[in-house]
Write a protein of this length. Sequence first.
Length: 318
Amino acid sequence: MSTSVPSVDFNNELKCPILGLGTWKSKPGEVTQAVKDAIDIGYRHIDCAYVYGNEKEVGEAITSKIKEGVVTREDLFITSKLWNTFHRPDLVRGALQETLDNLNVQYLDLYLIHWPQAYKEDGSLFPTDQSGKIQFSDVDYVDTWKAMEPLVKEGLVKSIGVSNFNSKQLERLLQHATVKPVVNQVECHPYLNQKRLKEFCEARGVKITAYSPLGSPDRPWAKPDDPQLMEDPKLKAIADRLGKTVAQVLIRYQIDSGNIVIPKSVTRSRIASNFDVLDFKLSREDVALIDSFDCGGRLVPMTASLGHKHHPFENEEF
Ligand SMILES: NC(=O)C1=CN([C@@H]2O[C@H](COP(=O)(O)OP(=O)(O)OC[C@H]3O[C@@H](n4cnc5c(N)ncnc54)[C@H](OP(=O)(O)O)[C@@H]3O)[C@@H](O)[C@H]2O)C=CC1
Ligand SMILES: CC(=O)C(C)=O
């Protein structure tokens, strides 16, 4: 019998399991097994996105585990994200429907605007000009949000939220929203602990979901000399003292900071050990110590969109 994962309460009174499985870079040929393993181990929260190109294979695992009777749809919390080329209000519903079809589900638990900046709507996911530069669209994320709101009322998504929004963008969205975002999913780990953004979100009833919590060592643009979060001797010392792995300490760091966390793995033993974090807690002192490792170390800077007026990390305060 698997351990059940605690949940957090959203501002709309729905619940979300604090620990989920990430699926970015999980190859179509391996993600079905990874999601099946995760569900068998006890995960009930799966983080997906249209742009990851593997929703169909994630859906196969979900369908199979529901058919086997291991879980019901209602047991699961499934997130996906609206990609940058579908921000135009008339494209939002179709994009969601494609995600629902891919995942073979009738509804999502959470649908996020993946990034605040929109790309040109020319049919490709990364529309580029002749020099290879991404082509921008000037659709305002507030207009995109207005097209997301009816999806909740129609029951196609239970909750809506955002991802990669800075504080000013979130504040502006909140001024216009009639359905409040429940989550801002952002990069978060000891080298970029997002303390100010978290406080800002918390004060407005918006939860943080921490992405790349292990330092995303398989990010496609990683360089051999880049610091490796999971190899940090200071984290190793804490993990050794507690008799845990560094990954477990990193996952627990998010949970004990009040965040939802979605580590990715396609390796059964890691999927299991990343889940095996529910029977211990970091002390306040250890959380404070890990907080002190922040160095503004952003791993997912989205440099392809630099120059876009809605790029969240250019001239951002926080
Ligand atoms: N909203 C957004 O813009 C973004 C959202 N995300 C979401 O967050 C998820 C997690 O972030 P991600 O960037 O993938 O990176 P993570 O920080 O979760 O790291 C994943 C990497 O760590 C390895 N790993 C996992 N567990 C362990 C372990 N116990 N010991 C050693 N290595 C381990 C994995 O290897 P292996 O798989 O080979 O086991 C993989 O290489 C994504 O998959 C995605 O769902 C991520 C980035 C941006
Ligand atoms: C991984 C991801 O979600 C990106 C880069 O948008």
